[in-house]
Design a protein around this ligand. Structure first.
Ligand SMILES: Cc1cc2nc3c(=O)[nH]c(=O)nc-3n(C[C@H](O)[C@H](O)[C@H](O)COP(=O)(O)O)c2cc1C
Length: 188
């Protein structure tokens, strides 16, 4: 039997969204699924070639990057023809009450903005890494952390990602891609 085709399209600024994509690929490989990975700006295939398309993107100053928003808007019709999944990476998601597509404010706003909703969705907490940030970003993130009750100092990366949550999402993708109809697909 032909192996289902999966495309993973991502956008990242500091690399963590890519790390999550790589973990998902590793987990899917264990299920005999071999996704193709593309930085979203470099995707040069037809979405219709795939059985499932996963898009992953991080938040910067309250928004997913414009290239993700534009890609989804420009490919709305093609995205309707395939099974789709999306995950967002942000620091607000370190709070358990804000780590699902139904409770994360950025994702709620994003789905409204792009008027698109994938069959599968997830929100993963990202990385806080003060030494990596320039002066302006460091000050801004400190302020955001102060307001939201997070750490305002740190001498190395603090990773909040729940890898079990990532694994559960990868399992849902494997299940969805193997299911014959989208009726079997569940939101994470
Ligand atoms: C300049 C900057 C702005 C950020 N703004 C937000 C924000 O508004 N809300 C939030 O929850 N996380 C915010 N983050 C946290 C990132 O979403 C988090 O670090 C994530 O892991 C980045 O993923 P990436 O490495 O794939 O870009 C910000 C991070 C940086 C560096």
């Amino acid at each position: 039997m032909k192996s289902p085709k999966i495309a993973i399209l991502y956008n990242t600024t500091d690399g963590h969204t890519l790390t999550i994509c790589e973990r998902i690929i590793y987990l899917l490989n264990q299920q005999d699924l071999f996704p193709e990975l593309f930085e979203i700006n470099h995707f040069d295939r037809m979405l219709g070639e795939y059985d499932l398309v996963l898009i992953g993107a991080s938040i910067r100053y309250g928004h997913h990057h414009n290239n993700v928003i534009d890609f989804i808007k420009d490919h709305k019709e093609e995205l309707k023809q395939v099974k789709t999944a999306f995950f967002s990476v942000n620091l607000v998601a370190r709070k358990p009450e804000k780590n699902t597509v139904k409770t994360n404010p950025y994702v709620i706003k994003f789905f409204k903005q792009v008027t698109w909703k994938p069959e599968l969705g997830a929100v993963f907490a990202g990385v806080l890494d003060y030494p990596r940030y320039g002066f302006f970003d460091r000050m801004m993130i400190k302020l955001i952390m102060k307001i939201t009750g997070g750490p305002t100092t740190g001498d190395g990366p603090i990773e909040y990602t729940n890898w079990e949550h990532v694994e559960a999402f990868a399992q849902s993708i494997a299940k969805a891609v193997h299911a014959s109809t989208t009726d079997h697909v569940e939101m994470v």
